[in-house]
Design a binder for this molecule. Structure first.
Ligand SMILES: Nc1nc2c(c(=O)[nH]1)N[C@H]1C(S)=C(S)[C@@H](COP(=O)(O)OP(=O)(O)OC[C@H]3O[C@@H](n4cnc5c(=O)[nH]c(N)nc54)[C@H](O)[C@@H]3O)O[C@H]1N2
Ligand SMILES: Nc1nc2c(c(=O)[nH]1)N[C@H]1C(S)=C(S)[C@@H](COP(=O)(O)OP(=O)(O)OC[C@H]3O[C@@H](n4cnc5c(=O)[nH]c(N)nc54)[C@H](O)[C@@H]3O)O[C@H]1N2
Ligand SMILES: [Mo]
Length: 763
């Protein structure tokens, strides 16, 4: 599709999102795209081409083509992991390098007596049946507790006792838990001093790491010796809203003689300025000694591996396609991306931000002049903070291109739309791979085509190839391997851990005939499961049972002998004082953090709901908003599906008492206002949300009324804003807002709304 009023010479950018569409041929569309890219390169250089998509724009098929073309500007953000993506700094890059490796495996969870869950909701948000893991622990007698502003379905199922915390205040709570553990230790013997002594650095002045550049230590800070403010439960209560006596109770629960699993989802890390939170969670775990032993664990757990830590038992192979490096090193953080497009400057902090500490460089102000936005995949305009400013940025450039499966927000604000196939129409693919969390450690999905591509849809690979040809690139370099060869390469390099729990062996058996059918070259493989069976089942599942050799206790060797099994940190120990983390963060220039976990002001957090904190006078945005992942959708995907709209309405959840105070009844249309945008939704009243908190489900397709600027869909990121902070954290759960009854026309139920379809020329 082409937007009617767009042409290469006059983009009429102001009409993006409201223009009509015309159908054009693939050849015309690909020519427009290639010509637009060439023009941007000639006139402004490769840096003027922004490739968006997902948490990191590198890795898509188009990144190969554009890499060969001389490069492109990247976008990066912290998406799912928030602050937790940096756990490796204090836990080491071989444990925490995979964020789901600091908790034990699912069978060991059943040995815990006390499971303390912080910001978790596997019943809604973990693909697969991961709630089963917790249910089994409950059947084995574990007691559950939850720290969350929302008493969600997971907690309800597990009959968890609720600590109804205010959003974005977990740091204050946990600092006070540390205080209360210290205070009650003499009487109740809560702290595992032996573990602290042998396995950590930074807890007190006697245990400082050799690379420390300051004298700060955790104990002095907690007891008020560093800043004159002891982090007492009474101090924390003011901020986090949990009563001091409940904080003392939590501290007792964390005690060393209890078999504790202290588990966190990452939602509390998807908050501005909480770079130290994961470090603090791990610190509390070390104080209770809840690491490296059966029945004890501390750390983050989420996605398909929720409640099931450990190395992948089945490892996806590699397709053999060599990466094409991006000659341009520009990479813009999601918190600055739209300002960069509108104002022409941004903070460069390194390229390819994800796995290694080396990728966090001293911040550097750079000029940038974006002329093309290319969305090869992902749904950034919808799923990143600041949709309103994002629309403005999209309206500014010369050309916007999207590969689209549906009429998504990215597509709607584009000029050229290239329809791509869904997973059901692709020849084959796998979930899993280097990221353990893409499927759980025990299984790997292999999907194959269900239907031929519908209408004229093409694959990303075909599009990348066709655009590349038109850019004059070498066909062999663009696509050196056939699809069949890549399938063979992947399958033949796929490995599984044998039943001894140690040996890695080929997973899939391939005969000469299989290989010929794929049209590939290579030797037959003697593997555990025949290719036919794998393909028919669509899944490789490693059989598990209690007492098998596949168990996993995080940090076990380390705990038993830290000298012989050091962590991959500068000190070799768990770093309660982590110089590397502080240095990496502080040199980027957005926020200053301490090497130990300390209390930091959260931008758009609880304190910002007050115009005057000392007199407790509320300001223009008195409520806090969280944006939970929601059953109706996978992020933005499926929001247009009528059946799902019928099954799950998309309300804004309000605390019933708050609503009463505002004279809002269930079903009323409510106006939500933040500093960044306005949106309306029907209210659902509930007692499960703590007072002062509003929950707006994540991912609804924005629907802006051009006259008023108000979004009618309840799009979370139309209300959330961009705040450059810490190590580039997206603050999806640090939003403050006003809520009032909407005086305009009341909204009907979503299922009665027409599905979003493109406006066609002449209709
Ligand atoms: N307010 C708020 N915002 C959030 C979050 C939050 O909690 N609150 N959560 C954040 C998190 S954790 C995440 S992971 C992100 C997710 O952010 P995104 O990854 O941007 O979200 P999706 O909606 O899953 O977008 C995927 C898009 O890719 C398309 N797609 C799927 N397969 C293919 C393919 O093979 N080729 C191409 N070309 N396209 C394909 C789908 O149609 C869909 O439009 O959102 C983040 N945004
Ligand atoms: N159906 C569905 N499933 C999904 C997705 C989806 O969009 N739809 N997305 C997938 C993806 S990519 C991801 S990353 C995961 C994310 O899944 P989760 O990490 O589970 O994310 P959320 O649902 O945002 O939040 C979980 C809980 O954290 C609480 N919470 C929010 N802010 C805070 C806070 O500041 N402090 C505390 N203590 N608690 C807080 C929320 O109230 C909620 O109960 O879900 C995955 N699964
Ligand atoms: Mo995510």
């Amino acid at each position: 599709m082409k937007r009617v009023h767009w042409s290469p010479d006059d983009s009429h950018g102001e009409l993006r999102g409201i223009d009509e569409w015309e159908r054009i041929s693939w050849d015309e569309a690909l020519d427009y795209v290639a010509d637009g890219l060439k023009r941007a390169k000639t006139d402004y250089g490769n840096r003027s081409i922004l490739v968006s998509g997902g948490w990191n724009s590198a890795g898509s098929e188009m990144s190969r083509t554009l890499g060969l073309f001389g490069g492109y500007c990247e976008r990066w953000d912290t998406n799912s992991f928030g602050a937790w993506g940096k756990t490796p700094f204090m836990c080491g890059f071989h444990h925490g390098g995979k964020w789901d490796q600091t908790v034990n495996d699912r069978y060991d969870l059943r040995k815990c007596e006390t499971v303390i869950m912080m910001s978790m909701n596997p019943a809604w948000s973990s693909m697969g049946s991961q709630t089963w893991n917790y249910w089994q622990a409950k059947k084995s007698g574990a007691q559950f507790y939850c720290i969350d502003p929302f008493y969600n379905d997971t907690y309800s199922l597990l009959d968890a006792e609720w600590f109804p915390i205010r959003p974005a205040t977990d740091t204050a709570l946990l600092l006070a838990v540390a205080y209360a553990m210290l205070e009650q230790d003499e009487e109740m013997d809560l702290i595992d001093w032996d573990f602290l002594d042998r396995c950590t650095v930074g807890f007190d002045a006697k245990h400082m790491p050799s690379d420390a550049t300051s004298k700060m230590n955790f104990r002095d800070y907690i007891e008020g010796k560093t800043d004159g403010e002891p982090k007492t439960p009474e101090w924390a209560e003011q901020i986090c809203g949990i009563a001091a006596d409940k904080i003392y109770e939590l501290a007792r629960l964390m005690g060393k003689s209890n078999k504790v699993a202290f588990m966190c989802g990452m939602a509390s890390g998807r908050v501005h300025n909480v770079q130290n939170l994961p470090q603090l969670v791990m610190t509390i775990g070390t104080m209770g000694g809840h690491m490296g032993k059966s029945g004890h664990m501390t750390g983050s757990t989420m996605h398909a591996t929720s409640g099931n830590g450990g190395d992948a038992l089945i490892n996806a192979g590699i397709n053999g396609l060599e990466d094409i490096p991006n000659p341009v090193d520009d990479a813009i953080n999601a918190n600055e991306i739209y300002d960069a497009i509108i104002d022409g400057t941004y903070t460069w902090t390194g390229s390819g931000h994800f796995a290694s500490p080396l990728q966090y460089q001293p911040g550097e102000k750079r000029d940038i002049d974006i002329h093309v936005i290319y969305h090869p995949s992902g749904a950034d305009l919808q799923t990143s903070d600041g949709i309103k400013k994002g629309i403005e940025a999209h309206r500014k450039v010369d050309m916007v291109v999207s590969h689209g499966q549906f009429y998504t927000t990215n597509v709607r604000y584009s000029d050229i739309v290239l329809p791509v196939v869904t997973e059901w129409e692709k020849d084959w693919g796998f979930t899993g791979g280097t990221l353990v969390h893409s499927s759980n450690r025990e299984m790997l999905v292999h999907y194959t085509k269900v239907v031929d591509p519908l209408f004229e849809c093409r694959s990303d690979a075909e599009i990348a190839f066709e655009v590349g040809k038109r850019l004059g690139l070498d066909e062999k370099e663009l696509m050196p391997l056939s699809s069949g060869q890549m399938l063979y390469n992947t399958l033949s390099s796929m490995t599984v851990i044998d039943s001894d729990g140690k040996t890695s062996v080929p997973a899939v058996a391939l005969t000469a005939e299989d290989i010929e059918t794929m049209g590939a070259k290579g030797d037959p493989v003697d593997g555990k499961l025949s290719y036919h069976e794998f393909k028919d089942r669509g899944v490789y599942q490693v059989k598990r049972e209690q007492g098998d050799n596949y168990g996993y206790i995080a940090f076990e060797d380390f705990r038993n002998d830290p000298g012989a099994n050091p962590l991959d940190t500068p000190s070799g120990k768990l770093e309660i004082y982590c110089q590397q983390l502080a240095d990496a963060c502080n040199q980027m220039g957005w926020s200053v953090i301490d090497p130990i976990p300390t209390y930091r002001h959260v931008e758009n957090g609880y304190e910002d709901t007050f115009s005057d904190w000392s007199s407790q006078t509320k300001g223009d945005y008195p409520f806090q908003m969280i944006t939970p992942h929601y059953l109706r959708r996978a992020h933005s995907v499926f929001d247009n599906v009528g059946w799902l709209r019928e099954a799950w309405v998309n309300p804004v959840f309000l605390n019933a008492g708050d609503a009463q105070g505002l004279a809002i009844e269930d079903g009323d249309t409510v106006l939500m206002t933040t500093a960044f945008g306005q949106s309306i939704r029907r209210a659902t009243l509930t007692e499960r949300l703590r007072p002062g908190v509003v929950a707006l489900p994540h991912g609804a397709w924005v629907n802006v009324d051009e006259e008023t600027g108000i979004d009618h869909a309840g799009a979370d990121n139309y209300l959330g804003g961009q705040v450059p902070n810490a190590m580039g954290i997206s603050g999806f759960n640090s939003v403050i807002c006003n809520v009032e009854k909407y005086a305009g026309t009341q909204l009907g139920v979503d299922v009665d709304e027409p599905a979003r379809v493109p406006l066609k020329d002449g209709e």
